[in-house]
Design a binder for this molecule. Structure first.
Ligand code: PEP
Ligand code: MG
Length: 917
């Protein structure tokens, strides 16, 4: 029979799936010689078996093995489980393969009862400590294992504090704590109808089951759903049973939590908080405000030295920033647990770069450590320093970034207003608890009046990349009244506030924001990414300022300039409408002649902004009716105008009274306006199509109305000629949309050739540019070899290709049936977001292979939305595309994803080579 129970001495430190992150780590820590209190792990497999069992019994043999391991602990520590003289006490903690901070339950001081308590008191010679440990245990066990609401105990405790006339629990005497323990025992009996269990093994069994059950508790299930933690990533929780060590045995004892580096900035300095003569939960719960760990250097210098040595050992071994817990029991430092530190993107980037510099990481490791999507956090808005806004309160800068929203005072309300009504909310609490998690998801930011930088609110907000100000003690939060009071200011629910998680400042009202800037570390990391990656990252940009921005983000080309966006400008639209409604080619030419200089200047601007990188300009793509008003709108306007005309013709008096006004609104003027609207309406009706997405657009328009494409091609080539003459290096690429047949492309190519000859003659330069096609029509993919004969490049338009591949309308599917498809598991992802690799991707692969067989090395890119999606980037890299083009702010994400794709490919190849060797 395989065992479910593993000692820290021999559990597999790498098997997170079986032993959980915490359990496998404790095994690893023990085995690398850190001073870890001894213990053992009960596996996730046991958890799954227990949850599936109908009899609610632990799997066979588990408790026998637990007894054996307890015996081993007794031997190691010289203490006895249930021993009245020298009792062994243990902690019981959850720990799944993925870290889910605060989501599941922990019990401390297990093994205490009336008898063992005497031993603990005698051992420590400290009755206050003994009763404190006991009352804590009864409360935690009562809550976690017996399901008794915290408030039941809180009521008792508050009562005792009130009677004793003390505010904080440190002020309570041994007698007060004894009374607390006794009242808690009575509360348990009253709530459960049974006395509190006294047999340590019975306690342990109930606790193990409770931790297993917490895997299916609401908090844990919500967390997994929100963070998309699938069973393949973490399945069940392990239980860690570990000897208790005490940080509250006097002034030579302490407890704390620390990060090996600053988790908010990444600075290479030990960061943390500790409390002398306290238990770990005091630090995490924010009950007493802890001291910064730097102060330990003065207060306990020898222990501080040991702590720094522990920090170094942890980083050297794990090669990762660690978030660890420690306890000092009468001058001995123990490391209780360590895990990879959850950091925000800025800190992850900084530590990646610095740890590479320190020789802890290779460049490849450094690149793999940063999740591409997380870089979005670095583009968070910050408070505009020029705003001049004055903060009304200051707390700890617990999670950077700024956020604006309306104040709400509990998590349910945050969820209701934030998720339900789509409002921007800031969750304001005295302190947060794990059960507030749904409120975090719904909020822009979190503000608490109590707790440190490692309090629950701070840790969770950082993990989510949400702004958080913690421990703003100048704020009095009254949840019942739904108000927060800051001096003379009263914030009521619904009032707008701004928080700055980077500085800890809190403002009334909405404060102006500015875009975040690239840090030097990010630039360095991305320069490594560029050196590593094979795939180049371009941007989709339609105007010179957009191109400039894209360049700032590190784009090395424009993969798609949608020229129609240039037509939409307010002052241009009437000219475009003129062009569309023209009745003769001459009229149309006249309108196009007005557009030509505008387009030429646009192109020049973009070429200059991107020089010497390539700029791919796509000829007009959408159907013409997209530039015209809707039919119902025109009819409505005509109606109103006609009404006005009738009214005006009946108003003879107006002519005498105000001849100027009357001239302006003369029936003839209105008449002309009606005529114009009617012409446009006629055209709207002419152009109407049942399936516009499959209609008269793209190259079809270019062939039916060649003068439009001629104008655009002329604009591109003249802009090129002018730039070349000015000595600016430009590489324009003319791209034809919606091509499905080679002859279509030949038609446009002929136009290009004619114009090229003319413009080269006029300007006296040899133009350098490329001519190519979008691959966004299924037939184009299947005939890519033929198209390659006259194309110098291709670019996959995966938006249209996905639409065509699935026969899903890209305009409607996402609001109609796609969410249901995903919910029901018909599809795992939205194919307009994550490229459908096995279907649409297969078509792309065929197209690439055929095109390259016809024209070796032909440049092929992607410019659909998928070009900025990390998994899709990895796929297009794997089929050999030359570049991916995405929206400007996603360029950094795409650059990193491209590097990771190459690195992953390298490690897959290395693994395959090892396997076959
Ligand atoms: C596409 O179809 O993927 C594309 C880039 O073009 P558009 O989105 O403009 O149709
Ligand atoms: Mg398209």
């Amino acid at each position: 029979m395989t065992t479910h129970v593993y000692s820290f001495d021999n559990g597999d430190g790498k098997n997170k799936m079986l032993l959980g992150g915490k359990g496998s780590n404790l095994c690893e820590m023990t085995q690398i010689g850190l001073n870890v209190p001894p213990g053992f792990v009960i596996s996730t497999a046991a958890c799954l078996e227990y949850i599936a069992a109908s009899n609610k019994a632990l799997p066979a043999g588990v408790m026998d093995d637990v007894r054996k391991e307890i015996a081993a602990l007794e031997k190691k520590t010289g203490k006895g489980f249930g021993d009245a003289k020298n009792p062994l006490l243990v902690s019981v903690r959850s720990g799944a393969a993925m870290s889910m901070p605060g989501m599941m339950d922990t019990i401390l001081n297990l093994g205490l009862n009336g008898e063992t308590l005497k031993g603990l008191i005698a051992q420590s010679d400290n009755p206050r400590f003994g009763w404190d440990a006991y009352r804590r245990f009864i409360q935690l066990f009562g809550k976690v294992a017996l399901g008794i609401a915290d408030e039941k105990f809180d009521e008792d405790f508050e009562d005792i504090k009130r009677n004793a006339g003390v505010k904080a629990d440190v002020g309570l005497s041994a007698e007060n704590l004894e009374e607390a323990a006794k009242r808690f025992l009575a509360t348990v009996e009253a709530e459960t109808g049974k006395p509190f269990p006294t047999d340590p093994f019975e306690q342990l069994e109930i606790a193990i089951k409770a931790v297993f059950n917490s895997w299916m508790g609401r908090r844990a299930v919500d967390y997994r759903r929100e963070f998309k933690i699938t069973p393949a990533m973490a399945n069940g929780t392990a239980v860690n049973v570990q000897t208790m060590v005490f940080g509250n045995l006097g002034d030579d004892s302490a407890t704390g939590v620390a990060f090996t580096r600053y988790p908010d900035t990444g600075e290479n300095k030990l960061y943390g908080e500790y409390l002398v003569n306290a238990q770990g939960e005091d630090v995490v719960a924010g009950i007493r405000t802890p001291k910064p760990v730097d102060e330990m250097d003065k207060e306990m210098p020898e222990m501080f030295k040991q702590l720094v040595a522990l920090r170094n050992k942890l980083e050297e071994h794990y090669k990762e920033v660690q978030d660890f817990e420690f306890t000092i029991e009468k001058g001995t430092l123990y490391c209780l647990q360590t895990r990879n530190g959850k950091m925000n993107a800025a800190a992850t980037v900084r530590t990646s770069v610095e740890m590479e510099g320190e020789g802890l990481l290779t460049k490849g490791d450094a690149l793999m450590r940063v999740a591409p999507e997380s870089l979005e956090q670095l583009l968070f808005p910050q408070i505009d320093p020029k705003s001049g806004a004055k903060p009304v309160a200051k707390g700890l800068p617990a999670s950077p970034g700024a956020a604006v929203g309306i104040a709400v005072f509990d998590a349910d309300r945050a969820a209701q207003l934030g998720r339900g009504e789509g409002k921007k909310v800031i969750l304001v609490r005295e302190e947060t608890k794990p059960e507030d998690i749904h409120g975090f998801f719904a909020s822009e930011g979190i503000l608490t009046s109590r707790g440190g930088k490692t309090s629950h609110a701070a840790v969770v907000a950082r993990g989510m990349g949400k702004a958080c100000v913690a421990g703003a003690e100048g704020i009095e939060v009254n949840v019942q009244k739904r108000v927060a009071v800051i001096g003379s200011h009263v914030i009521e629910e619904g009032d707008t506030i701004t928080i700055n998680g980077t500085t800890g400042e809190v403002y009334l009202g909405e404060v102006p924001m500015i875009d975040a800037k690239f840090t030097d570390e990010l630039s360095t990391l991305l320069s490594w990414a560029d050196a590593e990656a094979r795939l180049k990252i371009f941007a989709n940009a339609d105007t010179p300022p957009d191109a400039q921005k894209a360049r700032g983000y590190g784009a090395v080309g424009i993969g798609l300039c949608r020229t129609e966006r240039m037509f939409n400008a307010k002052e241009r639209l009437p000219v475009v409408v003129d062009m569309i409604v023209s009745e003769t080619p001459e009229e149309r030419k006249a309108a196009l002649n007005k557009l030509l200089p505008m387009q030429r200047e646009d192109f020049k601007g973009i070429f200059k902004a991107m020089s010497p990188f390539p700029v791919t300009i796509r000829l007009l793509d959408p159907p013409m009716h997209e530039f015209l008003p809707a039919e119902f709108q025109l009819m409505d306007e005509i109606d109103k105008l006609e009404h006005l005309r009738d009214t005006l013709s009946g108003m003879e008096v107006l002519h005498d009274a105000a001849p100027n006004v009357a001239a302006l609104a003369a029936p003839q003027t209105v008449d002309a306006a009606v005529k114009r609207k009617e012409t446009v309406l006629k055209m709207v009706r002419n152009l109407h199509e049942v399936n516009p997405m499959l209609g008269h657009r793209g190259v079809r328009l270019g062939i039916s109305h060649p003068e439009i494409y001629e104008m655009q091609i002329r604009g591109i080539l003249e802009a090129t000629a002018e730039c070349q003459k000015e000595g600016i290096e430009v590489h324009p690429e003319i791209m034809v949309p919606q091509v499905g047949e080679k002859k279509e492309l030949e038609f446009i190519k002929a136009m290009v050739d004619t114009l090229q000859a003319e413009i080269e003659g006029t300007y006296g330069v040899k133009l350098t540019f490329k001519f190519g096609s979008m691959l966004e029509v299924v037939r184009a993919c299947l005939k890519s070899d033929e198209l390659a004969e006259i194309s110098e490049f291709f670019s996959f338009g995966t938006n249209d290709l996905t639409q065509a591949g699935f026969s899903y309308s890209r305009e409607d599917a996402e609001n109609k049936f796609l969410p249901l498809y995903i919910e029901k598991g018909v599809l795992t992802d939205n194919p307009f977001e994550a490229l459908d690799q096995s279907g649409v991707g297969k078509l792309m692969d065929i197209a690439v292979k055929q095109a390259r067989a016809a024209k070796d090395g032909i440049k092929i890119g992607i410019c659909g939305e998928h070009g900025g999606h990390p998994a899709s980037i990895e796929f297009v890299d794997s089929i050999g595309l030359t570049y991916a083009s995405c929206s400007a702010p996603r360029v950094p994400i795409a650059r990193l994803a491209a590097a990771q794709s190459k690195l992953r490919e390298g490690s897959t190849k290395a693994a395959a080579a090892m396997a076959s060797a």
